[in-house]
Write a new protein. Structure first.
Length: 348
């Protein structure tokens, strides 16, 4: 207020008036000037107030109809999605690869060590040991359905009244077929009420496997036969046979799986290291991780292993983890791993 008064007085003194002007005239001039200044100040204040209101309105308050539409769309998506919990890694991995990841599965802490890909979303809840999930934790989840198989049916009572469905990826006969993996994938699509998602994933998986096959063929055109093992210790291993997923994946890639016997219901036959001598020199040995550092060192120092000559006169390679009892996603992971692996020894 005081600064305005001083500016007003200075402004009055700066006005030049004729000497003949009377005091009354001067007072009229002063009154008129004061009125003009008051009007200007009032208009300026109103202008700032109006501008502030406009800025606040347009910057911080979105139109009501847009906000309501966005919230309605979000609620519709959440309500339509079927929340799956699966203690089985095969189903969990395939659902994740399809684009409908379960909200929870078990033993996530060792998922990367045994399953590898696909990676689970960070929001996926670990329900503890797969064979015996944490019932209290499961009870807190917004679960609509349990997807398991015969191996986990004993734990269904832990889920209360939540419905459970069994989906199993396994060979129906002595040799696994492509249908043994496509049919369960379609079953998952039906359970999540999205058959098209499953069908699209099957088509894309076959394309991915064919691409991996072409990449491998360009790198190693003469390698046609493989034997697949996983070490239990330095002398004992599982050899995967015709009723395993390796039969299907290699067939899709135009390769042959070489076996030493008929497998059990899990698709493998137990063998000892010396049994590998029965394989011919044209068969490339694939070792599936994980392989502990201690076992790796013991294998390297084994006289039997040295005599077999893998990595020197015989072809071999070590592959990243793939879930042996998995579904379609395991077939794709195996093919992708093989397309980038570095083979050593033999004709290579």
């Amino acid at each position: 207020m005081f600064s305005i008064f001083y500016q007003y007085e200075s402004f009055k003194r700066s006005i030049l008036m004729p000497a003949s002007v009377t005091p009354i005239t001067v007072r009229k001039w002063q009154t008129l000037l004061a009125f003009i200044i008051l009007v200007c100040l009032t208009l300026t204040a109103c202008s700032h107030s109006s501008s502030d209101k406009d800025i606040t309105h347009f910057d911080t308050s979105p139109p009501k109809d847009i906000t309501e539409t966005a919230n309605s769309h979000s609620d519709r998506i959440d309500s339509d999605r079927i929340n799956i919990v699966s203690p089985d890694w095969g189903n969990a991995a395939t659902l994740t690869a399809m684009g409908h990841a379960p909200i929870a599965t078990g033993d996530i802490r060792v998922w990367d060590r045994w399953v590898g890909r696909p990676h689970l979303p960070a929001a996926t809840t670990d329900i503890g040991i797969r064979y015996q999930p944490n019932a209290e934790l499961v009870a807190q989840l917004p679960v609509d359905m349990i997807v398991d198989n015969a191996f986990y049916e004993h734990a269904r009572s832990l889920y209360g009244d939540v419905p459970a469905q069994s989906v199993m990826f396994a060979a129906k006969g002595k040799a696994a077929t492509w249908a043994d993996y496509t049919e369960p994938t379609r079953a998952l699509g039906a359970l999540i009420d999205n058959p098209k998602m499953a069908e699209d994933y099957i088509v894309q998986s076959q394309k991915d496997i064919q691409l991996a096959s072409q990449q491998f063929q360009q790198r190693y055109p003469i390698i046609k036969k493989f034997a697949v093992v996983q070490f239990a210790d330095a002398n004992n291993m599982r050899m995967y046979v015709d009723n395993s997923l390796f039969k299907v994946a290699l067939e899709q890639m135009g390769k042959e799986l070489v076996v030493l016997g008929e497998g059990n219901q899990w698709g493998f036959v137990p063998i000892r290291m010396g049994d590998l001598a029965q394989l011919d020199d044209e068969t490339c040995l694939l070792i599936i991780d994980p392989l502990s550092p201690i076992t790796r060192a013991e294998i390297k120092n084994s006289l039997v292993w040295q005599r077999l000559g893998y990595g020197e006169r015989r072809c071999m390679a070590e592959l990243p983890p793939v879930w042996i009892y998995g579904g379609m996603s395991s077939l794709v992971s195996l093919a992708n791993n093989l397309s980038t692996v570095s083979l050593t020894g033999g004709a290579i």
